[in-house]
Design a protein around this ligand. Structure first.
Ligand code: C2O
Ligand code: CU
Ligand code: CU
Length: 498
């Protein structure tokens, strides 16, 4: 042990206590912004999560099984104790088709209760895997629904009451791909070949190889690591064999936001966001993805070249001093793309990708949500309190205001929404499609058009919350119950069990 350590601990305690109220993060006070650009070896082939196996039962239901369990992983730091689904770290990718009936049995092999939430999935509240439906140790929970939404990149992760941050940090997360038809069928779609999950997570490692456990004094945003894993691979490279490659970027970090760009500044096509494909590809050279969000990009490669996917500082102007300590100045090398000497020719990105029907704001029911002090409208999550009662098939206009000194984002379960305005202006192209999670910098005001369709259930709530997992765990979350006209809300009074 280093002789300066007691002094550093004392300094960290003092600074942590002083700065905690201001939003600094304990240990982070003692170190400059993280910068791994040029320092990542790219020695490991990018791991591609396997596609989940399934069987179709006599009723035509495609059945999946997930087993959440502890394991041991080797990321290059020795033995790391991790959790995963059907393996030691992360989980298989579920590939689903529009219109099919699916059922997932989740066995809990962990030493504590968990749930599996289907982030971005349009399904009944009873199948949503929220905190009101824990699966106890040794137990099995079942979710069943019909896939009823357009092609999109979704994901699954735990959502237990107060324990989501730690469970996700240990490795519980996986991707869901909903396949569609139409013009977008021309996009690269060979899984693991020219269509890849890119699940980005930041970690800290202890000397013994284990993940660094969050410092209780630090990190108002939650855990901010200094090492990236992509699909559970540290220092990954990808061999590209086609002229276009589609990357499904998923931020499955517990707190950090990324501003993805390429090392040579090349442009790429943003083709999809959380809830599905954009109407048309958007040509850009950077895309911000906050915790829980997804972005599908298509990038062109030339034979034999190498280029690195990076994350630039999310606050390019430096942001405030407080933001510097919240990761605003950090940058990372993420993934190296290595093009083969000869590339197969991909079909061009179609100029029209999807029909994105706009929700009509006329007569929308207004609601406001103030994000501040790790609460929403001054209240912490309470499982026996319903914050919003929404009527099925009625459009609402939700104004979300970040009235805080730190970043928050906003995620809604059960449906997708459209961004009507960001700080009084029309949304930029990356916010023009269907979304389920949006980032809010300090002071941002964002207007969403929200409409719950298909499923009403007066006994079970959907959640909305800040998707920084620590904030979610600390109660920055509320409940919305969707009813049909005339129904009475009666939480927890289930008339049937699926
Ligand atoms: Cu991905 Cu309620 O969360
Ligand atoms: Cu969700
Ligand atoms: Cu937050």
């Amino acid at each position: 042990m280093n002789a300066l350590r007691p002094l550093r601990v004392l300094l960290a305690v003092v600074l942590g206590l002083v700065a905690g109220g201001l939003g600094y993060g304990g240990w982070l006070v003692l170190r400059p912004p993280v910068d791994t650009v040029g320092r990542v070896g790219f020695e490991h082939p990018l791991r591609v999560p396997p596609l989940a196996e399934s069987t179709v039962d006599g009723g035509g239901v495609r059945r999946f099984a997930l087993d959440a369990r502890p394991g041991v992983s080797d990321f290059g730091h020795g033995r790391t104790a991790t959790w995963g689904y059907n393996g030691a770290y992360l989980g298989p990718t579920l590939r689903l088709k529009q219109g099919e009936k699916v059922r997932v049995d989740v066995h809990n092999g962990l030493p504590e209760a968990t749930t599996v939430h289907w982030h971005g999935m349009h399904l009944p509240a009873a199948a949503d895997g929220g905190p009101a439906h824990p699966i106890r140790t040794g137990g099995t929970g079942t979710a069943a629904w019909t896939v009823n939404q357009p092609a999109a990149t979704l994901w699954y992760h735990p959502h237990p009451d107060g324990r989501a941050e730690e469970q996700v940090y240990k490795g519980l997360a996986g991707m869901v791909i909903v396949d569609g038809s139409g013009p977008a069928a021309d996009l690269p779609s060979r899984y693991g070949v020219d269509d890849l999950p890119v699940i980005v997570q930041d970690k800290g490692f202890e000397d013994d190889g284990n993940f660094r456990v969050p410092n209780p004094l630090g990190g108002t945003l939650g855990i901010l690591g200094d090492t990236l894993l992509v699909n559970g691979t540290e220092g990954p490279f990808l061999d590209v064999t086609s002229s276009l490659v589609r990357l499904r970027l998923l931020n499955a970090s517990t707190a950090r936001s990324y501003l993805f760009a390429f090392s040579d500044g090349r442009s790429f096509d943003l083709v999809g966001t959380d809830g599905g494909l954009l109407a048309a590809p958007y040509r850009t050279d950077r895309i911000e993805v906050s915790t829980g969000e997804r972005a599908e990009i298509v990038v062109a490669m030339k034979p034999g070249e190498r280029v690195v996917l990076r994350s630039l500082p999310p606050d390019p102007d430096g942001g405030t001093v407080v933001r510097q300590f919240q990761g605003g100045g950090d940058r990372f090398d993420v993934l190296q793309l290595r093009a083969a000497a000869a590339l197969s020719q991909s079909r061009p990105v179609p100029p029209h990708l999807a029909d994105v029907a706009r929700l009509d704001p006329a007569g929308a029911i207004p609601r406001t949500f103030e994000l501040a002090n790790r609460a929403i409208n001054g209240q912490k999550m309470a499982m026996d309190r319903v914050d919003v009662v929404a009527t099925r098939d009625v459009t609402e206009r939700w104004t979300i205001h970040n009235d805080d000194f730190m970043q928050h984002n906003f995620h809604l379960h059960g449906t997708r929404f459209q961004v009507a305005a960001l700080n009084g202006r029309a949304p930029p192209p990356p916010l023009s499609g269907w979304k389920d999670t949006v980032n809010l910098r300090p002071g941002d005001r964002i207007e969403l058009l929200v409409r719950f369709t298909d499923y009403a259930d007066p006994t079970t709530a959907y959640m909305y919350h800040c998707h920084l997992f620590k904030h979610e765990d600390n109660g920055m979350m509320g409940q919305v119950v969707v009813i049909d006209p005339g129904q009475q809300v009666s939480l927890g009074h289930h008339h049937h069990h699926p």
